[in-house]
Design a protein around this ligand. Structure first.
Ligand SMILES: Cc1cc2nc3c(=O)[nH]c(=O)nc-3n(C[C@H](O)[C@H](O)[C@H](O)COP(=O)(O)OP(=O)(O)OC[C@H]3O[C@@H](n4cnc5c(N)ncnc54)[C@H](O)[C@@H]3O)c2cc1C
Length: 401
């Protein structure tokens, strides 16, 4: 078994594996712990379909200039909004599609805590998709399934990172796409599934119980700071602080997939009909901020008419400016992300060291003082601090007017 190609831009979407008529691919974890397609050359008939479906080798997607920048939050559904990472934009799109008899594809945890894309056909299934899982998701056969649904004439929503949406368009090729709606996420890079498995195993060992759910963005103490909540055996929930919460830092520190460094989607121009992210640094009333704010980009006519018809009744929407977008996102729309000098060493050591040792040697020393302090303070304190800072900023803004 060998790697299919040396495309350093391989995003690991597995479009090649999904299109192969001979099933000669498997998705495996590479030495860094990311999903890559691996081909069995003994079975390969060199038909070349895999290369045609690859978004890195044969890009067949369009990047759109957004028509509008929105700040959005779900109306009147506080319990649902609590489960979403931001303002619930991805959830609201999914809800509307299911209501129309369509299907949704998004990322959920498997019972052994892998992050895998799956198809959801009813409203009850949507909660599994809610919440950002900051790990490269395995796309399994979801491109194949989405194509099948489109050919059956069903409405399809596909939510994923921009490279996954680009992979979908390239895979679909000439398949009719009138009933396809896509939502790409603003993305600062995807951390490694192999590393996440190590981290989960460490937590399970420490707490001596099986993890059944992991929330990277618990809103127990409000929206804003990344509070990690781990649920054990479906019952006990533990808010992870200090070194136990360090996995999520691998994103900010740049221990992400190789293709994330020169990512063509790290831009204001977007691949999906709609883009969803967090609206950081937008000054809004504190109560609204505490519930979660989505940044929505409306990129195509299809996205525009869907939002107008289906989201306006269920979401509080505010039109913002391109400058608000730029103020909000300091990494996900900037052209390049710097690769850490110790990138290879980090992933090599990740295999040797225990999770606390890895954190002590690589993650904590490189994190900012502010982040380390925020992780050490009890969440109720950080939440009061955050609210106070926001109130002061709002007061200053009003005074300046
Ligand atoms: C790896 C990653 C990096 C991100 N980086 C940024 C960033 O730098 N800046 C920013 O503003 N936003 C970023 N986001 C997006 C943000 O965290 C929220 O996912 C987004 O705002 C949607 O929130 P919501 O409340 O609208 O959706 P929710 O209702 O919470 O639904 C979340 C949606 O995200 C999808 N999803 C969850 N995990 C994954 C995954 N691993 N891969 C693909 N799809 C997934 C689910 O299918 C679901 O549809 C990132 C997300 C991921 C997964």
């Amino acid at each position: 078994m060998t790697k299919l190609c040396d495309a350093s831009a391989c995003v690991g979407c597995g479009a090649c594996a999904q299109i192969c008529p001979k099933n000669c691919f498997s998705m495996q974890l590479d030495k860094y712990g990311f999903w890559v397609p691996v081909v069995d050359r003994n079975v390969c008939v060199k038909c070349g379909l895999c290369q045609k479906a690859c978004p890195a080798l044969s890009p067949t997607y369009t990047l759109h200039e957004p028509h509008a920048v929105l700040c959005a939050t779900l109306k009147n559904r506080p319990e649902v909004l609590k489960k979403s990472s931001s303002g619930g934009l991805a959830y609201a799109l999914s809800h509307a599609i299911i209501k129309q008899g369509g299907v949704v594809f998004g990322a959920a945890y498997t019972p052994d805590m892998q992050v895998v894309h799956q198809e959801v056909t009813d409203l009850a299934g949507l909660s599994a998709l809610q919440g950002s899982k900051y790990v490269q998701s395995h796309l399994n056969t979801t491109y194949q399934q989405a194509k099948k649904r489109l050919l059956e004439g069903k409405q399809v929503l596909f939510v994923g990172t921009p490279c996954q949406i680009a992979g979908l368009y390239t895979y679909l090729g000439n398949t009719p796409q009138g009933k396809l709606l896509t939502c790409d996420l603003l993305c600062g890079g995807a951390p490694a599934p192999g590393l996440f498995a190590k981290y989960i195993a460490y937590l399970e060992g420490k707490f001596k119980q099986k993890i059944t759910c992991f929330n990277f963005r618990s809103k127990k103490y409000g929206y804003g700071y990344l509070h990690l909540l781990s649920t054990f055996n479906g019952r006990k929930s533990v808010l992870l602080t200090g070194k136990d919460s360090s996995f999520v830092r691998t994103l900010g520190l740049g221990y992400v997939r190789n293709s994330c460094f020169d990512c063509p989607f790290r831009s204001v121009q977007r691949v999906g009909d709609i883009t969803a992210g967090d609206f950081w640094n937008l000054l809004v009333p504190v109560k609204q901020f505490e519930q979660g704010l989505s940044l929505g980009l409306v990129n195509t006519e299809k996205g525009h008419s869907f939002i107008k018809t289906h989201l306006a009744p269920v979401m509080q929407l505010k039109t913002c400016t391109l400058q608000d977008l730029k103020n909000s996102q300091n990494v996900s729309i900037r052209p390049t992300k710097k690769k850490p000098a110790d990138y290879d060493e980090f992933f090599k050591q990740a295999k040797e060291l225990s999770w606390p040792e890895l954190t002590k040697r690589y993650i904590w020393p490189k994190s900012s003082f502010k982040h380390n302090l925020m992780d050490l303070l009890p969440p109720c304190v950080t939440s009061v601090l955050r609210r106070t800072i926001l109130r002061v900023k709002l007061w200053r803004q009003q005074k300046a007017k």
